[in-house]
Design a protein around this ligand. Structure first.
Ligand SMILES: NC(=O)c1ccc[n+]([C@@H]2O[C@H](COP(=O)([O-])OP(=O)(O)OC[C@H]3O[C@@H](n4cnc5c(N)ncnc54)[C@H](OP(=O)(O)O)[C@@H]3O)[C@@H](O)[C@H]2O)c1
Length: 505
């Protein structure tokens, strides 16, 4: 295999138009997500001059911190997580504030409201407010109701928007109940259900490749595509998140949201225009066409046992802190899905995801059918079929493989590949994080890359039978894959049965 290089006429990030002045209020400000993603994302936007001229960040959570204590923790987090320079941080932190309080205490919302109003006035942020719920999911309902009761949700003097983290419910019934609570306070056009995969450049570029280039769309169908593989592999284990993971498991954590979104971005029909509703109408139609899973035949689960990752010993799932030594929680899933519509009938979509896999890797790989007739006297198995891979991590980009003749006498044919890697093609050292784009989209009022409630309902409808089945039918073979591998043997057998194999591009 060899790599090619793409050249583009422009470098660096495109300049955008700034959102309106606003105040971002983060619920769960002392938590992991705020430190690792949200504040680093907003700081990155600040450094890239993509924030409004007037803005403020107000953190709200239980820890009894002062503004300065919060700023110091966020400074340490930003230094670890992103490009950092002390001068820009000093300017940024002047707009960062903290209010201690409890999500369930009415009086604390009153204090929050008073402080937000004072800060917004002093910073010139006007009346616009974006509420990011980076809180445990059980509190989502209580927080929006607290916002309502205190009057913070009222949008008479500026817009109000609420960003909700995943998971959005734990099944169809609880997802619907949560939606009803949130919609009791906010309209759908104010609700931003986040799936950070949708903020990744490559995911958005899947649409650009198909719909802005004449060469791909004509072959984007069952006549030319043999099958699609979607892999979201994590090399890490569950870390300190056992309580969350034991309740959630791999299907609710990854399949119901990230993998189904990637499926939709691959299988979507051309929307009439690039806007929130047209695009999301089409992703809903993709899920409408997904056939019920064959639970016994097309679904494989796994749980990691001890093994080796990056040359170091890794504990098995049942040995992780706060996990029961007979836990049956799945940390790996592979499923075969079919999308029964005119374009995709007969084309299987194989999805797999897991913790403690061989590599951190997220890829959507389109496998094209072989040529109908091969005139070269080369054994077919030496010719890899053409593939087009959208890689989300690491090294975001697009990779295509095709057959080429090796220079020299005779005819020796080999698979070669050309790679388009964002960072090098556009001369960007560090790709902006997905959370930065999504936060900025929410500030601009663009819902295109957020999940709509009808999409979430359909996603639960697809996975609910699987989670219910796996919860009642106890696995006899857990743990069934070693940490540092690509999952259980049954996942390989799922494809081998169809004469195929998982590929990592
Ligand atoms: N972490 C991730 O990588 C990740 C990824 C995707 C989605 N999410 C979602 O993001 C959300 C936050 O996750 P996380 O990992 O950041 O959780 P976390 O580390 O457990 O943080 C939870 C936050 O909520 C606050 N909190 C809890 N109960 C409270 C109460 N009664 N009143 C006020 N504050 C309270 C905590 O405050 P104190 O600590 O001060 O008590 C803390 O700030 C969850 O919905 C999660 O599913 C997280």
């Amino acid at each position: 295999m060899s790599d090619g290089q793409f050249e583009v006429g422009v470098t660096g990030l495109q300049a955008g138009h700034r959102p309106d002045a606003c105040t971002l209020v983060i619920f769960g400000a002392s938590g992991d997500l705020t430190q690792r993603e949200l504040v680093p994302a907003v700081y990155e936007l600040f450094r890239q001059d993509l924030l409004p001229d007037a803005f403020a960040v107000v953190g709200f959570s239980r820890s009894n911190w002062s503004d300065d204590a919060f700023r110091e923790r966020m400074r340490v987090a930003a230094r670890t997580e992103c490009d950092f320079d002390a001068a820009s941080w000093r300017q940024f932190q002047e707009r960062v504030f903290y209010v201690p309080g409890d999500f369930t205490a009415t009086a604390d919302y009153e204090r929050l409201k008073h402080r937000v109003t004072t800060i917004a006035g002093a910073q010139g942020c006007g009346g616009n407010q974006l509420f990011h719920l980076a809180a445990p999911p059980d509190f989502f309902g209580a927080i929006v109701e607290g916002l309502s009761a205190s009057g913070l949700a009222r949008d008479t003097r500026g817009w109000r928007r609420v960003v909700i983290e995943k998971p959005f419910g734990r099944d169809l019934a609880s997802g619907r109940a949560l939606d009803a609570r949130i919609r009791g306070v906010f309209r759908e056009d104010q609700i931003y259900r986040i799936d950070h995969f949708l903020g990744k450049e490559t995911v958005q570029n899947m649409l650009v490749v198909r719909f802005a280039n004449p060469s791909f769309e004509p072959i984007w169908n069952r006549n030319y595509i043999d099958h699609v593989q979607i892999t979201v592999g994590e090399d890490i284990g569950i870390g300190t998140r056992a309580a969350f993971y034991e309740r959630t498991g791999v299907v609710r954590d990854m399949v119901q949201n990230h993998l189904l979104q990637l499926l939709c971005m691959t299988a979507i029909e051309p929307p009439v225009r690039f806007d929130g509703n047209a695009l999301r109408d089409e992703t809903v139609k993709v899920l409408d066409a997904v056939q019920p899973l064959d639970l016994a035949r097309d679904c494989v689960r796994g749980q990691y046992g001890p093994g080796t990752t990056d040359g170091a010993q890794a504990a098995g799932y049942r040995q992780e802190a706060n996990v029961a030594d007979d836990s049956t929680t799945a940390t790996f899933a592979a499923v075969k899905l079919t999308v029964d519509n005119w374009r995709w009938a007969g084309v299987p979509f194989y999805l797999r995801t897991g913790k403690r896999l061989a590599r951190k890797l997220t890829e959507v790989v389109i496998h094209f059918k072989p040529t109908p007739h091969l005139m070269f006297r080369t054994p077919r198995d030496r010719l890899h079929a053409n593939v087009l891979a959208f890689r989300l991590q690491p090294d975001e980009g697009i990779i295509q493989t095709f057959a080429a003749k090796q220079p020299g006498p005779g005819l020796s044919i080999h698979s070669v590949r050309s790679s388009f890697l964002y960072a090098s093609a556009f001369g960007i050292d560090t790709m902006p994080r997905a959370y930065a784009w999504l936060e900025e989209d929410a500030m601009r009022g663009d819902q295109t890359h957020f999940a709509r409630s009808d999409w979430i309902e359909r996603a639960w409808t697809i996975v609910d039978p699987l989670t219910a089945h796996w919860e009642t039918d106890r696995p006899a073979d857990f743990p069934n894959y070693a940490a540092g591998t690509w999952g259980p043997a049954a996942a390989d057998a799922l494809l081998a049965r169809d004469g195929r194999a998982w590929t990592v591009i």
